[in-house]
Ligand binder design. Sequence first.
Ligand code: GTR
Length: 399
Amino acid sequence: MKARWKLLALGILISFNTTMAQSQINYDESKVPPLHLPSLFISEKGEIITSKEDWENIRKPEIFRLFKGEVYGQIPKDLDEVSFEVSKIPNHQFDSIAYLEEVDIKIMRGEKSHTMRLNVFLPKNINGPFPIILLINHRQKSEDGSLAEKGYWPVAELIQRGFATASFHAETVAPDDKVRFTEGVLTNLYPEQLDQKDGLKALGAWGWGAMRAMDYFEQHKTINAEKSVLVGHSRSGKSALWTSANDPRWAITYANESGCGGAALSKRKFGETVEVINKNFPHWFAENFKKYNGSEDSLPLDQHMLPALIAPRAVYFASSKDDQWADPKGEYLSLQIGSQVFSQIYDQESPFKTSFEELKGPIHSENLGYHIREGEHGLTWEDWSIFLEFVKKAFYHFR
Ligand code: GTR
């Protein structure tokens, strides 16, 4: 067979496989297998973990290692210098209420360097220091050059409530593309990661970018980096959770409709599966995660362990009713089960007493929150406004 025909045949086979996998997606609750989740509180050696000390010294590092090795890959910490070039932009979209800083963050590692762009809005008419909300933005830049898509990133509403708010485009760290994802921080700073089965991929690279944004906030005179909120929707929500598990500087982490590989339990096999996500987005997770294609049962962890790694810092999940692809029930369950670390290890009462089916409205405690709204997949003003009620509560109690 000529090479061209071989390629064509291979292409047909791949798309046939993907379509096959997608047609086997389960949306029927009665077909969800009985849940056998790995325990939060039994260590690999079989020790029962009950104290904060054992959690932090034994079980938490074990679980972290599993997520790093098997699911997301490393987020390298190796860098020599981070510097900031700040331009204050006049005449922007929110000029009457906010200052806009365009920040080029330059990261050096030996002779190598990478520069990423961060956009920061700061309230104009009140005095700081301001709490900061960072949105990881995986969407394409809009054609008119405007930074914020109303609803998705409601800059004016956040500014009016006294927050500083920032975002960066995924593209500035690692393009969200299965071929081009290497054309950023991976090529410029960490090329050795590309050959490793637990090497950095796009979700981790965006998290690395969020950490560099945090480096900027920490030295900013009018930003209170201790009152920091990391927000990600969908694929960026997956990234936000993994970022916060790596970087304890985030006070609140909000994953909106982050679904498979984010908030939702993989072992339920409801909606998007490990196989489908790895086939459609081979550049998001570590190579090792592909071992679990069609084999969620053999995963040595599940996503309820991710909020547990962030505890006792605040975690918030949100779902939407028509977003069955992301498995809303699996998202709620993982936070409900993961919250056992908040209650049993950190003495914070879990607010998730209700079953998913009996939810009546948003559930907010000081450090844990969840809501599900009507409608389709998306980060909307409705999501933000409910979440901001939670932030008010969390920061009011913030010590
Ligand atoms: C979908 C993907 C989901 C989710 C979503 C998004 O195509 O299957 O896992 O991440 O994209 O990011 O909007």
